[in-house]
Design a protein. Structure first.
Length: 116
């Protein structure tokens, strides 16, 4: 599965996850932040595919990685506050860690190719 498809599927999982969270004020605020950061990952990868230069391509991947790191933060906060089921949220954290590693590796590869 390519990164665009994987991040799209991840965003759909996040949407379903958020719909099942408690509706208290703090969870609503964190859910909004989580939704924005999680959906931004794939959006930036999509933008990268149509970028006008290699520098822009790398920049969009950097933004995707930042959004992935932010997503992990919000998921960890929900986990530690016990606002979500541990098993479900642990799977999402594991997935976002894998996505982050793929993005970071891609960025390093792209930067190394630029030096050649």
């Amino acid at each position: 599965m390519d990164s665009k498809t994987r991040t799209y599927q991840f965003a759909l999982r996040i949407m379903r996850f958020i719909d099942n969270l408690p509706k208290d004020i703090s969870t609503k605020v964190i859910s909004g932040q989580l939704l924005r950061s999680a959906t931004s990952i794939g959006a930036n990868i999509t933008e990268a595919k149509s970028s006008s230069s290699r520098k822009d391509f790398i920049n969009f991947f950097n933004h995707a990685l930042k959004s992935a790191n932010e997503t992990k933060y919000w998921l960890q906060l929900l986990k530690d506050s016990k606002k979500a089921e541990v098993e479900t949220i642990s799977l999402l954290i594991s997935e976002i860690e894998e996505i982050s590693n793929i993005l970071a590796s891609s960025i390093l590869t792209l930067k190394d190719q630029r030096k050649i």
